[in-house]
Design a protein around this ligand. Structure first.
Ligand code: SF4
Length: 329
């Protein structure tokens, strides 16, 4: 680990089986970061409770997500992969950090206001403190770097300010101000061709879907609305199928679609079939690894338990310093 550039932390809510949008937006980057950094990847089940009506699927969703992470190439021998609630120290640090966080700052955050709009029936205390818990997650593991998309940058700025407030209040430098690593997060549009790919909107394609399911979903993709008849020329620049070709097809195939679509030389059905074939080919090795791992669920639980043990070790060391800095008797 000593040859790595530093420690990265990232948390992801347990949303179950991951889709292509999750892969391109986060998991792919998680895998790549391992080459340069010591990575701590946390499945934030406690955060998820702030918006959950029921925890019925929580265990299964956590398992499925971990399975996808490992099948995608996260290496648990190097990286720490664990479940947030397995490290109770994070709740303790959250409490201490909440004492240096003005309430108004939390209620003014646009993300909190969005949540009030989305779930007016459940504006809970945990929702207000969400960014404080997030800060606790990052600083507990002394992570110097947090990969974020541009839209998440204000959250990290909040974490940095909270660290400064804590260190100032207790005349210490025990908590490390995390640095942002701005990553380009491609906006993957769902099969509806309009909204960001999301499970809740049912416009997603699961990484672990069978080739048949994948093909079926691809065939449902919305195309250039101006292309009503097969003989109508299309515009790939406004078609989400083409956006996918750019990621999953060869340069020659992309060029062919780009030219032939515009002169109605290729129909949308054939164009989608080609995409489905390439998508299935790209995902084949992931799916094989996933199927192998799925045969022994204990392996996944072992990884998560071992990750929890390693995370607690770091967490307890930080908390010893934190308690001392605060001056707790
Ligand atoms: S041919 Fe392909 S790129 Fe053109 S509109 Fe149809 S699906 Fe989209």
């Amino acid at each position: 680990m000593s040859d790595k550039k530093g420690r990265v932390f990232s948390g992801a809510r347990p949303t179950g089986r991951q889709h292509i949008g999750n892969y391109l937006g986060a998991i792919k980057n998680y895998v790549a970061l391992q080459d340069e950094y010591e990575c701590v990847y946390c499945i934030v089940d406690v955060h998820a409770l702030t918006t959950m009506e029921t925890t019925e699927d929580l265990k299964q969703n956590t398992f499925e997500m971990a399975l996808d992470f490992l099948a995608a190439g996260i290496r648990p021998q190097e990286s720490i992969v664990f479940i947030q609630s397995h490290v109770p120290q994070v709740m303790e640090l959250h409490t201490y950090l909440s004492m240096v966080t003005p309430l108004g700052k939390l209620t003014d955050l646009p993300t909190f206001k969005d949540k009030i709009r989305q779930q007016p029936q459940n504006v809970n205390y945990g929702l207000v403190g969400y960014p404080v818990l997030m800060t606790a997650d990052i600083v507990l593991y002394k992570a110097g770097i947090v990969p974020v998309g541009v839209d998440q940058a204000p959250h990290l700025e909040f974490a940095r300010e909270t660290v400064r407030s804590f260190n100032y209040r207790y005349h210490t430098s025990v908590l490390i101000e995390p640095q942002m690593k701005i990553t380009e997060v491609p906006k993957v549009i769902g099969i509806d061709g309009v909204q960001k790919m999301s499970k809740s909107l049912d416009n997603h394609i699961e990484l672990a879907a069978t080739p048949e399911e994948t093909t079926k979903r691809v065939m449902m993709m919305v195309t250039d609305p101006a292309r009503i008849r097969r003989t109508d020329p299309g515009n790939p620049d406004v078609c989400n199928v083409y956006s996918f070709h750019k990621i999953f097809s060869s340069p020659e195939e992309m060029e062919m679609v780009n030219v032939e679509c515009r002169r109605a030389g290729i129909g949308c059905v054939d164009c989608k079939r080609l995409l489905a074939k390439n998508l299935n080919q790209t995902l084949e090795s992931f799916r094989q690894r996933r199927a192998e791992l799925e045969k022994s669920p204990d392996t996944i639980y072992d990884v998560l338990n071992e990750g929890g043990r390693r995370a607690r070790e770091i967490a307890e060391e930080t908390m010893r310093e934190v308690r001392q800095a605060i001056g707790l008797p």
